[in-house]
Design a protein around this ligand. Structure first.
Ligand code: AKB
Length: 316
């Protein structure tokens, strides 16, 4: 029987991951955790929520012990754009948080899911059809923490036998919880603004292509990887995965098919633009497809249809 702890449960992916895992494994077997409570949030009312700051190893240790946790979905992290304004805090949360998680996993024999990111690549990486195994010299502190995290997971897996698995997530698009301070966030904001104001000012320039994925595919991919036969996995901790690749002008054109009077202009943020320019345009995810059957369901057209349908209801 799985007993799962989700760190960073109040974040964009965490909130939906907890609900998804509870559906699969049972409400009482999935413990949500975060560094503060958020009254009114569904996770405060339905199932167990524990206060856990991942930079406090003792607190993490106590919760894992108390609930006899055997699997950790470690989602607590500071994202790319906000990380550039406080690199020291990013390092503390992303690196010390991961180190304490791996240590507690080693001690209690837990399996660990840890997302890496397209940020693990850099300007010297081949930009198009980016291979699974290639140059990784990221220039953002977030990217540096992601490469270091991939390596640390490889180490814990080889040295201590901790079953660590991970995906290089692209930008994740969802309608439930807003992302907090990423470079790909525009692709979420644009849908909300299209419904609310029929106008959006994009902080990335036209032609900035990046990989993206719709939340249902992101949730399914994590569980699919965690349930995959270990004998078949050659790349445990850092699978390239993507659902689609587009730039601001493509998502704008797709939304405009549904909202003809939607308008978009540009006010480029140099910090986020520099980060986006250092990331790939499109990933090659054939290793994930071959080793554990990755097969995303949503492309830009299907995702846009669904996002607009849900948000129209929600923002009515
Ligand atoms: C970000 O933009 O920082 C994240 C990511 C791609 O890891 N969404």
């Amino acid at each position: 029987m799985k007993k799962i702890l989700v760190t960073g449960a109040l974040g964009q992916i965490g909130t939906e991951m907890v609900l998804y895992l509870r559906d699969l494994y049972g409400k009482d077997n999935v413990i949500a955790s975060g560094r503060r409570r958020k009254e009114g949030n569904i996770l405060m009312e339905d199932g167990i929520f524990e206060l856990v700051n991942v930079t406090d190893s003792q607190g993490l240790h106590e919760v894992v012990k108390k609930h006899k946790i055997n699997t950790i979905y470690h989602l607590a992290a500071v994202l790319s754009a906000v990380g550039e304004s406080d690199p020291q805090r990013l390092w503390d949360v992303n690196m010390n948080g991961l180190y304490y998680t791996l240590e507690v996993a080693r001690e209690f024999g837990c399996d660990v899911f840890i997302p890496s990111s397209i940020a693990a690549f850099g300007p010297e990486t081949p930009k198009n059809n980016t291979p699974q195994d290639t140059i990784q010299r990221p220039t953002s502190i977030y990217g540096v923490s992601k490469v270091a995290g991939e390596l640390l997971c490889d180490y814990y897996s080889a040295k201590f036998g901790v079953d660590t698995r991970g995906l290089r997530y692209p930008g994740i698009i969802s309608h439930t919880t807003m992302p907090g301070g990423g470079t790909t966030d525009y692709a979420v904001h644009i849908y909300f603004e299209a419904i609310k104001n029929k106008k959006y000012t994009c902080f990335l320039a036209e032609g900035t292509s990046m990989d993206m994925m719709y939340m249902p595919d992101a949730l399914e991919s994590a569980v699919q990887l965690m349930e995959a036969d270990p004998q078949k996995l050659k790349h445990r901790n850092a699978f390239n995965v993507t659902g689609m690749s587009f730039g601001p002008e493509d998502i704008y054109a797709e939304i405009k098919k549904h909202i003809p009077d939607f308008e978009m202009d540009y006010d480029v943020d140099p910090i986020r633009q520099a980060i986006a320019d250092s990331w790939p345009n499109s990933l090659n995810d054939s290793a994930a497809r071959e080793e554990w059957g990755w097969n995303p369901k949503y492309d830009l057209a299907l995702m846009t249809e669904d996002m607009l349908k849900v948000l129209r209801e929600k923002l009515k």
